[in-house]
Design a protein around this ligand. Sequence first.
Ligand code: SF4
Length: 734
Amino acid sequence: MQNTVTPTHCPYCALQCGMNLTPAPDGTVEVSERADFPVNRGALCGKGRTAPAVLSSGVRLTSPLVRSEGGSLVPASWEEALGRIAEGLGGTRARFGADAVGVFGGGGLTNEKAYSLGKFARVVLGTSQIDYNGRFCMSSAAAAGGRAFGLDRGLPFPLEDIPRTGCVILVGSNPAETMPPSLRYFTELRENGGTLIVVDPRRTKTAEQADLHLAPRPGTDLALALGLLHLVVAEGRTDEAYIQERTTGWEETRAAAMAHWPEYVERITGVSVPQLREAVRMFCAPEAAMVLTARGPEQQAKGTDTVGAWINLCLATGRAGRPLSGYGCLTGQGNGQGGREHGQKADQLPGYRKLTDPAARAHVAGVWGVDPDSLPGPGRSAYELLDALGTDIRALLLMGSNPVVSAPRAAHVEERIRSLDFLAVCDVVLSETAALADVVLPVTQWAEETGTTTNLEGRVLLRRRAISPPDGVRSDLEVMHELAARLGGGRGLEKKFPTDPEEVFEELRRASAGGPADYSGISYRRLAEENGVFWPCPAPGTGTGTGARVGAVETGTGAGEGTGTPRGETGAGASHGAGVHPGTPRLFLDRFATEDGRARFVPVSHRAIAEEPDEEYPVLLTTGRVVAQYQSGAQTRRVAELNAAAPGPFVELHPRLAERLGVAEGDPVAVVSRRGRAVAPGRITTAIRPDTVFMPFHWAGEGRANTLTNPALDPTSRMPEFKACAVRVEAVRP
Ligand code: SF4
């Protein structure tokens, strides 16, 4: 393995850029271009280029840590650490019942780990209380997509379709900072004569490149979409034949949109009527167009309806389920897509099956070799689970997440975590959450282990092990195997938890067979040979529940000819034998995944954000990311180059607000909400609305943005309202 080049993928965001890793003689790992992977064609952002820095032992955990009697974390043997976890989780279960033990996962875990964690919670611990941080990422888009199309896959088409469409509306997404290599798709769109509309309260680097930038007040994107739909109807731009043939529920949706006059929408959003008209003209002029959403519209207490409003716009104009058109979500976390498909979500079983579906329970229980009746029902969503820590939930096993920084109302969440009877954390570094644990287990990470992820396109990918992990570090799969042995009561449950990722994937294939996210036709061999495979990809004879229902066009076999789809997207030079499913780059082209094959309009109306500004808290706060940091920053803050580029939090504010406060560039600014106070240097810019301030959320300490955010939840997706809350902004005087 040493000194060889290993093709793999970046550990960070959902683009899952391809990269080559080469171990150097001095123990470091070199990252080099991997041009054969079509998504990024060799391009990487600074996070990807510097990712190996986190592998070095200087920042890595290389020994288990246990809480000493004196209260500090001290090194311990694996035997002692695992024993303490078994005692902590098992003892809690014995005293308070299985649901007093919680499990919290992450959207960065590989498919194999996410699958095993869901199984571990339900089979070994017997608890219903499992969810993961992906709930904070794209759950509103998943809920809205499922509601409208009968299936959620981030993008129902590959990224390569973007440059070939006519217009893209990018809503609440800033790929120039979150996934820079993807920006080329939008640049090529414009070079090809297409247009880009960006909807964002801030004039971001992405918005600067748009043909039209709409800057609505935070939390009003739902009204904005309704205003556009109103104009589409009023100007006779609906696609009536498509609506008749491929959708249901139009009349109610049409009536709801017509109640949102453009002038009313202008008052709500701050986007002028001429701008609304221009957006409609640009979106409707070409034959094909797309709407892509990200966290802006999704991280709201009405996120599902907000995304639903944008989907309605696509449906009314005949833009979904047609070549080079459609609605898609740009998922954020590395395995945000796969992480939500295989069972670590509170309400789901592997294959994207519902935990409440008796047939799904029977199928998965059969694969797991357990009684379906022994499987618990749905548990609490992520924030509700965190909020119950120390009360109903007394012990927690946490893998691949750092909620002390990334959860809303973070000071409260931190307090709940501190009140636990027992906390065990598996991580690669001592994150802010790991620092509160009773036991911390050091685990392998990306370059040290093989496993699969599923990128934002639904393309399942093989990450390959390039180097050996340091002594003292084990994989999460080994952790679950060992804990199953200790918590299984002598039932040999550890045999159900293989430590070889490929063995886990083989089981995952069987568990997902026939489900919406059917991986049964995918193997490690195919992933290696074809550079990724799009799901659904049923094995011969197992796909009756998926491929047929989603109306897949199987481009790899040429079945997509005549639809404008290219051949062979699933991999360079891939060829498939008779009966081998080629994977499904494009969904819904002939029918949607609903019972009747039609997409569902769902009528929605404007609602105010959960916490409107008032006299005491007169300004809006919105949060987001910067290019050099990733998520809670647990890893990227430990990389010198990234830290130098983005050393700390800041408060972005408009010159008018700064003048009113008497704040100059770089002065400390306090942002106060009903949940707490954060302080960071001010950054004065006209790129933000005068009524809004922005903070990135990557940092802990006094500049922690999530101290301020509102945990009001979307009633369907249970997504917290990260993107808009009322705050007071103050100058900090020495
Ligand atoms: Fe690519 Fe995202 Fe990694 Fe950057 S962080 S290299 S955009 S996968």
